[in-house]
Design a protein around this ligand. Structure first.
Ligand code: GLN
Length: 477
């Protein structure tokens, strides 16, 4: 069962009043990491190092020079580089690979006086929806340990949902922040493509990947986003768009907000209790003065196939660099160069990663490029256009985050297509480069959390944060 989570806002007040210290806060979280070990959320825990960081922050608080995230305890998905720490991507192929530098997001959070408690477990190379694809064992959902926490950022999500960190960094290529957030009952935000620097993020699918926060409440997510956003000279895809004050946007006022709901899309295969949560969310928004409009997303039948063609294509190309020669794992039995490549990759990569490398290589191959890759690029554009058309009339789009609540271990591992279908509501935002947020809203008959998703216009994170904040307030948190 889940306990009540401490938000960063609460800790910050306690730090300001002197009733706690950053060091004690960190000690508390280290303790819960220890008692929650069976959840397998962490691949590395920075015991002494994070305590040193905490003491340094305490000194700054005493001097009155502490930054905007002073004392925030952050867990980091093990696909984001931290200097002198391993970055394994939960893969055998990078098991002992140590990063030489900090990702930009790490630098920015550190400069704001956040402290880092450890690296979290995930699906290998962020491929998956359940965190069952980790080379280092699956992660358990703290709400019901017989169920998956979602993926691929399962460890980061459980770090927050299990009370082992205030916030955590995840990555979202097709839903990997929002879907686990929904499954574990916390907030997860995927920023607009280009909002947050990807420098120091190990690439999965470069035109989709974004780093974003998990948090116990919308306000905490807004704070982290504010610090991590903005252009970065080290990432040419990071956008030169000013970063607004996301916290100031949390008014809880939705009067006049136009919310689009693609009702026809919601008809298919939706768990009835999730549909009930959608209806209730719509009702609450109406009561707050929002206008609910029906919208059409005519190409939504193609989102899963388009996503899985393009993401595997990009992944197969990005993962070509793990060749046994330059990085990480090298087979010891190879007798020549070609065997070195084949054996290192065969022994180093897990099953799902291999499946995607093969699919991606296939859709990029000379004979099939036009039929698959090029066509999918065109459909991607049409899916994006559907959203742009909708945004002429509405300010954001509401859907559930997932078609079902958290499923059981092993339930979908035999059938990759079934697994891929759990991404049906999340992948469109990545295809279209739009921001999306999942906020917990209601539970199913078994007490499992339901997530509501808002998708916004590019760089309008403020709108979806405030809509999510409104629903959060309605839940009486
Ligand atoms: N579940 C999706 C996939 O397996 C999303 C992954 C992600 O966002 N990293 O591709």
């Amino acid at each position: 069962m889940q306990r009540t989570l401490t938000t960063y806002d609460q800790t910050r007040r306690a730090l300001e009043s002197g009733s706690t210290t950053c060091e004690r806060t960190v000690e508390g979280y280290l303790e819960s990491i220890n008692t929650g070990k069976r959840l397998n959320a962490f691949l590395a825990v920075f015991g002494e190092k994070v305590l040193d960081e905490a003491r340094a922050v305490d000194r700054k608080i005493a001097e009155g020079t502490a930054g905007p995230l002073a004392g925030m305890v952050v867990a980091v998905k093990d696909v984001i580089c931290m200097r002198d720490e391993k970055v394994t991507c939960a893969s055998k192929i990078l098991e002992n690979f140590v990063s030489l530098y900090d990702a930009t997001v790490i630098e920015r959070l550190r400069a704001a006086d956040a402290v880092f408690i450890g690296k979290t477990n995930m699906d290998e190379f962020a491929m998956g929806s359940s965190t069952e694809n980790s080379a280092f064992g699956a992660v358990l959902n703290p709400v019901d340990e017989s169920r998956v926490p979602g993926g691929s950022s399962g460890g980061s999500c459980v770090a927050v949902a299990g009370g082992m960190a205030h916030t955590a960094l995840g990555t979202d290529t097709g839903g990997s922040i929002r879907q686990p957030a929904a499954f574990c009952g916390i907030v997860g935000l995927k920023p607009t493509y280009g909002r947050v620097s990807r420098y120091g993020l190990v690439a999965l699918s470069s035109s989709f990947d974004q780093i974003g926060p998990f948090a116990a409440c919308v306000a905490d997510a807004a704070r982290v986003l504010h610090v991590m956003s903005g252009q970065d000279v080290n990432d040419s895809t990071s956008a030169a768009v000013p970063v607004p004050d996301y916290t100031a946007a949390l008014t809880g006022n939705v009067a006049g907000l136009k919310v689009g709901v693609p009702w026809t899309v919601l008809g298919k295969g939706l768990q009835p209790e999730i549909r009930a949560s959608v209806d209730r969310a719509v009702q609450r928004l109406r009561e707050g003065g929002a206008h609910i409009e029906e919208i059409e997303l005519p190409h939504s039948d193609y989102v899963i196939s388009t996503y899985y063609i393009l993401m595997t294509a990009e992944a197969s190309s990005n993962l070509a660099r793990y060749d046994g020669a330059r990085y990480g794992y090298r087979s010891t039995t190879a007798r020549n160069l070609s065997e070195l490549y084949v054996q290192s990759r065969s022994e180093g990569f897990g099953q799902e990663t291999k499946r995607r490398i093969m699919l991606g290589t296939y859709v990029l191959s000379a004979g099939y490029y036009d039929a698959y890759y090029r066509k999918a690029q065109k459909v991607r554009r049409m899916i994006q256009q559907d959203f742009f058309n909708a945004f002429e009339n509405v300010d954001c789009v509401l859907t559930p985050t997932t078609p079902t609540t958290a499923f059981k271990f092993g339930e979908k591992t035999e059938d990759p297509l079934e697994m891929y279908l759990s991404d049906i509501f999340t992948v469109s935002a990545n295809l279209a480069g739009l921001p999306g947020i999942s906020v917990p809203f209601g539970k199913d008959g078994q007490g499992l959390p339901v997530g509501i998703q808002f998708v916004g216009r590019q760089f309008e994170e403020s709108t979806i944060l405030n809509a999510a904040y409104y629903l959060e307030q309605q839940e009486g948190r």
